[in-house]
Design a protein around this ligand. Sequence first.
Ligand SMILES: Cc1cc2nc3c(=O)[nH]c(=O)nc-3n(C[C@H](O)[C@H](O)[C@H](O)COP(=O)(O)OP(=O)(O)OC[C@H]3O[C@@H](n4cnc5c(N)ncnc54)[C@H](O)[C@@H]3O)c2cc1C
Ligand SMILES: NC(=O)c1ccc[n+]([C@@H]2O[C@H](COP(=O)([O-])OP(=O)(O)OC[C@H]3O[C@@H](n4cnc5c(N)ncnc54)[C@H](O)[C@@H]3O)[C@@H](O)[C@H]2O)c1
Length: 497
Amino acid sequence: MAMASIAKRKACFLTRNLSNSPSADAFKLSYSLTKFSRRFATSGSEENDVVVIGGGPGGYVAAIKAAQLGLKTTCTEKRGTLGGTCLNVGCIPSKYMQGPKHGDLYRIALVHSSHMFHEAQHSFASHGVKFSSVEVDLPAMMAQKDSRFYPYSRCQWTPLMVGTLVKGKNIIIATGSDVKSLPGIIIDEENCIFYWCFGFAADPKETLVIGAGYIGLEMGSVWARLGSEVTVVEFAPDIVPSMDGEVRKQFQRTLEKQKMKFMLKTKVVGVDTSGNGVKLTVEPASGGDQTTLEADVVLASAGRTPFTAGLGLDRIGVETDKGGRILVNERFATNVSSVYAIGDVIPGPMLAHKAEEDGVACVEFIAGKHGHVDYDKVPGVVYTHPEVALCAKTEEQVKALGVEYRVGKFPFLANSHAKAIDDAEGLVKIIAEKETDKILGVHIMAPNAGELIHEAMLALTYDATSEGISRVCHAHPTMSEALKEAAMATHDKPIHI
Ligand SMILES: Cc1cc2nc3c(=O)[nH]c(=O)nc-3n(C[C@H](O)[C@H](O)[C@H](O)COP(=O)(O)OP(=O)(O)OC[C@H]3O[C@@H](n4cnc5c(N)ncnc54)[C@H](O)[C@@H]3O)c2cc1C
Ligand SMILES: NC(=O)c1ccc[n+]([C@@H]2O[C@H](COP(=O)([O-])OP(=O)(O)OC[C@H]3O[C@@H](n4cnc5c(N)ncnc54)[C@H](O)[C@@H]3O)[C@@H](O)[C@H]2O)c1
């Protein structure tokens, strides 16, 4: 997210809470501006073409795109900084942070640092690099990740008047999502914390993680590599339910090799942080006797919920689903004229890049152009080591559709680059329609799966066949060759296995 460039654009960014939305016709938005009342760039006080509520990846991208399309635009943000959940440390005024930070980069920095430690401990010797001892300097690791981030103070914010009224012909709601609270679980941010992107003062010997979703696995694996005994408690029968079953099984085995333990089909019903460390009360997902687990800390990562508090949606009659997500049509329009919604606050994957795509497409519609987001082609990446990247359909989904299909797989153990760097755990799996050879889904587990998936994304977007991919000349020796070989395996035979 290039925050520096935002200041150069012509969208107006205001920060502070929208407290009231009186009528659907007037679109008068009022703000209770208190301590973070700032903006950069100016658009004057007259009516805007577009007002965006929320400055996360959905909102600020929509605002920039609207300004680029010549629409007079104001983006409002209740925090003191843009970037939303993705760029900031959510609703955690934690002692571990000293200012707004980039949550995703934090995590990626920690994933990388802990991976380096793990490699130094377990792999360097086989490459002829030896140490007498390797240890973690946790404060230095945390300081290193902090040093990676852009100082937001360089975005030129200027103060706004309390009670500023912002008017817009079109309103885009981009208020994102918030942590899902669990009954019986009180977060004290010391022994029981959300997310854990932000580091830890102490080095936990034993760690419990609630939820084997994206956050639980990413952050759980960081602390496992740093030497903590990590147990992940998951309600569902599987980790990351959206993942292809075969890839998921291999992924779970890989995480278990990294000393992560899993308690599946197990529901967390309570946390006790009153003594030293934490006690987690769990029971079988199907009901039954409760047991107690003990650890130094617990990471609560049990999902997110749309955030619409304070918008007064009921007053203007904006429809939501049972989970509180705002319902929109293919143009991102709600049932109320000129009110749109994008990002985590609407149904679909809760991902930053999806929110950005929504923002661009929504604004294109408002400007009388054509926008399009295909939710079947939004890649997901779990940033563990190795990473797992998934796109479009799993084999289970294709089966359920009753489509005849072929599967092509290629293990990184047979890929020269992966072997050479001694990082060959994983595979590429391609699913293609039998009759047309059209690609239906691609799943990659590899150290850099999050990068490799984009070749598959292009193929999926342009309706390529597996034969099409296999006839593209791939440079040697690269990890990408595994995709070519898996494509060969889908419609014919791979060469190197
Ligand atoms: C720990 C963690 C790690 C993640 N990692 C990834 C990742 O690696 N990759 C990925 O793609 N996604 C990731 N996500 C998900 C990603 O952060 C979200 O999908 C994305 O931020 C959604 O963007 P958004 O703009 O819809 O909402 P948000 O980013 O939530 O932004 C909404 C903004 O609206 C503001 N707001 C709310 N109400 C008002 C109001 N009334 N007035 C003014 N402003 C308001 C909020 O303050 C917030 O800044 C992660 C999420 C978490 C929690
Ligand atoms: N790499 C990425 O792109 C990335 C990283 C982090 C987060 N995210 C996004 O953020 C969102 C939130 O992530 P998350 O990991 O918190 O949620 P998630 O929805 O991915 O996983 C939460 C898990 O917690 C389990 N769970 C819920 N209640 C439970 C209970 N009482 N006991 C045991 N298990 C329970 C659920 O079954 C689920 O598997 C995700 O939707 C994801 O899209 C993305």
